[in-house]
Design a protein around this ligand. Structure first.
Ligand SMILES: Cc1ncc(COP(=O)(O)O)c(C=O)c1O
Length: 369
């Protein structure tokens, strides 16, 4: 029947009953401790002025690209931006995408073939899991940040293995033991892909760049919707891999390229980031102020994402609401989204948060944990 939504309704009811129904709420007013705008670039008036100046000099930037990059959408702007990004990150090549989601989808669904195995950290971003569903390769998971478990799995495989990790994980705010993982990757001749969505801009250009691991990694993904305050993503890799993706990656081939405004904003974002290094210094200071309040957290000492475990859905809800009443916007992750007993308040720190705000936030949290 055309209008039989019974099946959808049932699934939504189930979510409602378990308290996990998602609804779209209007953006709230308040002190931001939940967005990924780590350096405040999304609301930075000077950055906006730079973008505005470029648009007013060249309004064409705002127009649609008119087609896939393989047909009519391959502008000079996108090509020049890719060349710039590759050079900045010391990679042979960069391939731009309109989002990190589509970049991961392209990478993990295209490179491994039917005889290969994709092995991912159990906490890797959903986009990678979705890519694996599109791939014919076998998918396996290793325990979060556990190189020994990764090794046990690798030992048992015979075909080519692709390993996927994030450098800074978005739920726990903890870092991957990248160097240990690379040792194992090399031992078993596997190929490593690192998603730096949350590390890029916060730790310079990310951990691969910081530790100069470009040669050891098959591809790195950096995204521009978080610390860069704009949108889009780049896959950083070898010329041959870029060419392979251009030839075989459906999310790249069968989609209209974004407008030039996006690529221009990415290029200007890099320039702005490099000219305003005080923003990441300020962010580091704010992370230290937060950590000095000694709240129990599984997150890394220097991470802008700080998870506070509140192991009870009701208690967590009460905390989130108390914070909201006091003007603080935070994000609560309830079970069963996370395992029972690991329900958490997820706090994102920013360069623009003030010391008073951080102290007041932690003072309220302390009453609940
Ligand atoms: C680790 C990670 N990878 C990829 C993505 C997807 O990036 P985008 O939001 O640009 O699609 C996200 C964003 O939520 C993320 O956290």
């Amino acid at each position: 029947m055309l209008n039989d939504f019974h099946h959808f309704q049932e699934a939504l009811e189930k979510r409602k009953e378990s308290g996990t129904l998602r609804i779209l709420r209007q953006k709230e007013q308040g002190i931001d401790f939940y967005s990924n705008d780590y350096l405040g670039l999304a609301g930075n008036k000077d950055f906006q002025k730079v973008l505005l100046k470029n648009i007013s000099e060249n309004p064409q930037l705002l127009s649609g690209s008119t087609g896939s990059r393989l047909i009519s959408g391959n502008s000079t702007m996108v090509t020049e931006t890719e060349n710039f990004i590759a050079k900045e990150h010391q990679y042979q090549s960069a391939l731009l995408f309109p989002s990190g989601y589509s970049a991961n989808l392209a990478l993990f669904s295209t490179l491994p073939n039917r005889h290969d195995t994709i092995i991912v950290d159990e906490q890797i971003h959903r986009s990678v899991h979705d890519a694996c569903k599109m791939s014919l390769a076998k998918k396996l998971k290793f325990k979060h940040n556990d190189p020994e478990h990764l090794e046990q799995i690798l030992k048992r495989q015979d075909g080519s293995c692709y390993v996927g990790i994030e450098s800074l994980y978005s739920m726990d705010g903890d870092m991957a033991p990248v160097k240990e993982i690379i040792e194992i990757i090399e031992k078993y001749k596997a190929k490593l892909i690192v998603d730096e969505a949350h590390a890029f801009g916060v730790f310079g250009y990310g951990l691969v760049d910081k530790f100069q691991l470009q040669e050891k990694v098959l591809a790195t993904v950096v995204t521009y919707g978080k610390a860069l305050g704009t949108h889009g993503a780049a896959i950083l890799t070898h010329d041959i891999v870029k060419s392979y993706l251009i030839n075989f990656a459906s999310p790249f081939i069968y989609s209209t390229s974004a407008h030039d405004f996006l690529w221009m904003s990415v290029k200007k974002g890099y320039d702005f980031l490099n000219m305003n290094s005080e923003l990441s210094i300020k962010l580091k200071e704010n992370i230290k102020i937060f950590r000095d309040q000694h709240l129990k957290s599984p997150s890394a000492e220097n991470s802008p994402i700080q998870a506070i475990i509140v192991p009870d859905n009701h208690q967590l809800k009460a905390l989130k609401e108390t914070l909201l009443v006091n003007g603080f916007l935070t994000y609560a992750v309830f079970s069963p989204t996370v395992k029972e007993g690991t329900e958490r308040l997820r706090i994102c720190l920013h360069s623009f948060n003030t010391e008073e705000e951080i102290l007041e936030l932690t003072r309220i949290i302390k009453k609940f944990v």
